[in-house]
Ligand binder design. Structure first.
Ligand code: ZN
Length: 462
């Protein structure tokens, strides 16, 4: 079942508290906030250290190395194999003993032991129990790549969300007196929830979690977290509410595929393999205007920096960094919108599959940004992020996502399948094949590409 996260502003409920009590409660939360990341990193690093020790114990054990070599021989007869396997078993047990001596505990329970022992920062045990889950899942998803040297260990940072699980004493509730929603937390701490303008319907989500919504829909709140952010020398609290949303079911048409083409004229274009439905995702003018505004601001900043060099330089890098951050956020927001459009279209045509071009074969740089000049609209765009968002949103409604080889998708007629590099300009594709029913007809170039991607059987497995 898919889990969604909603960010809701909260604040400490101080009604009826003395000054001292109030201070103590803030201190309790700040203390966790300022120390949790250290504990999290300690546990995570311990897991990797255990791996490291494991590897050393194995490769430095000559008996183990020899036995492994012998066992790899495919021509072994069963009797010899059994003897070797028994010897191997003994060696592995000895290694396991050595490991226990070094780590004091078996590997799997390292995280748990560390999470439950008294720690100097006095972090609440229940928080650590949830945190342990998060660390283990992070470890499980990254360990292989880290071992291969394709990734570095990602550390938890100060101010990381403080996780907790809901139970009989930690819960959301509706306070009839104040007519507001509250969170009852550890240590008799109460938070009030604020929805503000509530553009994303957070209040409805909370109502559904409490079984109070008018539409009768019920969701389950699962392990969530609290995050503290510093804003203008003022700490703001947020509840990152995780909600288990039952997967929406709808009747899919088997073999109905939606193709997503990277924009030549629009950010993305959608078509199906069998029906005439199509859709342009995003608007060219809006997109170019917004991107243009960023480029303008970058240039203005650069001018400012080049005219006044010297001592002020360091100081002026900050606005540049902020502008970059703003641009990244803009890209992310756009990708959210586009991916939602793609998946909504796929649901609308009851597709079972979404097909996209495989990034690896498109001109792009290290960061996965498209550099292909033909895909000018999304040049330097994080197409990888867009694809990941489409994958995620599609998986939530049970639509499969697969990738096709992007070669010739824009140069092939979607009706007769003949490759014709000359048949398209930037807007139209006109088939030149006299035997094709579409010969001489002007077809929207993006539509032609999207339909080819939808029809493609050239699946690239990743
Ligand atoms: Zn044709």
């Amino acid at each position: 079942m898919p889990v969604i996260t909603r960010k809701i502003e909260i604040d400490l409920d101080c009604i009826g508290l003395s000054d001292e009590e109030r201070k103590a409660k803030y201190k309790f939360i700040y203390n966790i906030n300022d120390n949790l990341y250290k504990v999290a990193n300690r546990i995570l690093n311990q897991l990797y250290l255990a791996d490291e020790i494991d590897e050393i114990l194995h490769v430095s054990n000559q008996e183990y190395v020899d036995l492994r070599k012998k066992l790899a021989n495919k021509k072994l007869d069963d009797a010899t194999k059994e003897v070797l396997q028994q010897q191997m078993q003994q060696v592995l047990e000895r290694i396991n003993e050595q490991r226990k001596e070094i780590l004091q505990r078996p590997k799997k329970s390292v995280a748990y032991s560390l999470a439950t022992i008294n720690n100097p920062e006095n972090i609440y045990g229940q928080i650590l129990t949830v945190l342990k889950e998060d660390i283990l899942s992070r470890y499980n998803s990254d360990a292989l790549e880290i071992k291969r040297g394709e990734k570095t260990i990602s550390n938890y940072k100060k101010g990381m969300p403080i996780p907790f699980a809901f139970n009989q004493s930690i819960m959301l509730y509706y306070d009839k007196e104040s007519k507001g929603y509250c969170l009852k937390w550890f240590n008799n701490i109460n938070f009030n929830l604020y929805f503000g303008r509530d553009k994303s319907n957070n209040e409805l989500m909370v109502k559904r979690c409490l079984g109070m919504s008018e539409d009768g829909v019920k969701y389950k709140a699962c392990s969530s977290s609290i995050q503290i952010k510093n804003k203008d020398n003022h700490r703001k609290f947020f509840l990152l509410l995780c909600i288990d949303v039952p997967q929406e079911r709808y009747e899919q048409i088997k073999g109905m595929v939606v193709g997503v083409d990277l924009g030549i004229n629009v950010p993305a274009y959608l078509a199906t393999n069998i029906t005439p439905e199509r859709k342009a995702v995003g608007n060219r003018e809006t997109f170019l205007n917004e991107r243009g505004a960023f480029q303008h601001r970058f240039k203005a900043l650069q001018r400012l920096q080049s005219t006044k060099g010297g001592r002020g330089r360091k100081h002026k890098l900050e606005p540049l960094e902020r502008l970059r951050e703003a641009e990244r956020n803009w890209v992310k927001t756009k990708n959210h919108l586009y991916s939602r459009d793609v998946v909504n279209f796929a649901i609308g045509v009851r597709a079972s599959t979404i097909q996209m071009e495989n990034l690896k074969s498109i001109g792009k740089n290290k960061e996965g940004e498209v550099t292909d000049t033909k895909k000018f609209l999304l040049r330097n765009w994080s197409y990888f992020e867009l694809q990941k968002m489409i994958e995620y949103k599609a998986s939530r409604v049970g639509i499969k996502v697969q990738y096709v080889n992007p070669a010739f998708t824009s140069q092939t007629c979607n009706v007769c399948g003949v490759v014709q590099p000359e048949a398209r300009d930037s807007i139209h594709f006109v088939c030149q094949n006299p035997e094709c029913p579409n010969c001489g007809k002007e077809v929207h170039a993006d539509y032609n590409g999207a339909r080819n991607i939808a029809q493609s059987k050239n699946i690239v497995s990743e």
